[in-house]
Design a protein around this ligand. Sequence first.
Ligand SMILES: NC(=O)c1ccc[n+]([C@@H]2O[C@H](COP(=O)([O-])OP(=O)(O)OC[C@H]3O[C@@H](n4cnc5c(N)ncnc54)[C@H](O)[C@@H]3O)[C@@H](O)[C@H]2O)c1
Length: 357
Amino acid sequence: MKQLRVGIVGCGEVTQIMHLPSLNQLPEQFTVTALCDVSEHVLQAVGDQWRVPKRHHDYRDLVALHDVDAVLIANPDAYHAEVALAAIAAGKHVLIEKPMCITLGEADAISAAQERAGVTVQVGYMRRYAPAFVEACRQLPELGDIRLARVHDVLGRNALVVNGTSRVVRGDDVPADVIAAGQRLRDERITEAIGEAPAELRGAYGLLLGLSSHDLSAMRELLGMPQRVLYAAQRQGGLYLSGAFDYGTYVCQFETGIDNIARFDAYLEVYGNERVLRVQYDTPYVRNLPIRWHVTMANGQDGVIERAESPTWGDAFVAEWQAFYANVVEQRIAKTPPTDFRRDLELFRDMIALMRI
Ligand SMILES: NC(=O)c1ccc[n+]([C@@H]2O[C@H](COP(=O)([O-])OP(=O)(O)OC[C@H]3O[C@@H](n4cnc5c(N)ncnc54)[C@H](O)[C@@H]3O)[C@@H](O)[C@H]2O)c1
């Protein structure tokens, strides 16, 4: 058993609440040797708390370190592609938070670099590594012909959960020009991805990248790639999205939105003639909340059987890291590689095109 030495780029909310505790839970597989953040305050506070020896402001210094085997990319999404390309070029394995990137060009560049280098690049779609989701994929054929499917994700603003459950160190020491450059870069990438578009469509694209990427990539793993997007619409400045995907013999409905109610209601649901299968997710910000699968089925006597299981108390982020470890040491392609993420960007592009109508 080889311990992988991890360097982390971006030490904000997701790193502090989810990744560092998950890595800490897997000491035989991982040790964190280096951190990078543009905020000196965040870098030092997180470094001290987790006793990480090497600390850098520039990701180029981190990816060059000899005692880093794998890089977690968890800084803002506009930077993901350039950090991934630098890490891959330095021969590092990469776990990259969603969205992997913003444009198709960036996705293709990451895929090509990964194939050339032969390293593991895994997109951080932890919901797809949750045992309840894996079990739902296994059970899907038991539904017989699918008649309908639904992807639902309506939740309260993250802060409603995070503020009451975690202490997150944040930096107000990042120079204004660095923040402005990051915003400019993101604006440029979004324009490159969807062309000139009003604010609400740009907002919708941001929501697709940030939240719906989880839902729609899980939909693709469970049901396959849809034939096409039937319709897509945004409302409320891009904060609420609806759509429908054509799977030939059935339609998958999609709906998402963010409000001010501190709850997390996210599920995938698939309807057969005598059986309905559902995977229900809870907030990732409270660790180890069980992810469940439910089945509702005919009992053969005009009655109903309902079954539910949380296969484990284990956190989906831990499952994601365990899969990453196996992929690296067994030199396997992750089930969420860069080419898989590209399919999400293709769907988002088609959805935005329909939202213009
Ligand atoms: N898998 C999930 O469920 C999940 C949940 C939350 C966030 N995320 C993803 O994780 C990423 C980070 O999100 P977050 O909520 O932690 O954001 P955040 O804003 O809390 O943290 C980002 C950190 O990156 C730092 N940073 C900014 N620019 C940088 C740069 N150029 N180089 C190095 N560090 C830089 C910031 O100072 C900050 O500490 C995003 O891609 C987000 O979509 C995933």
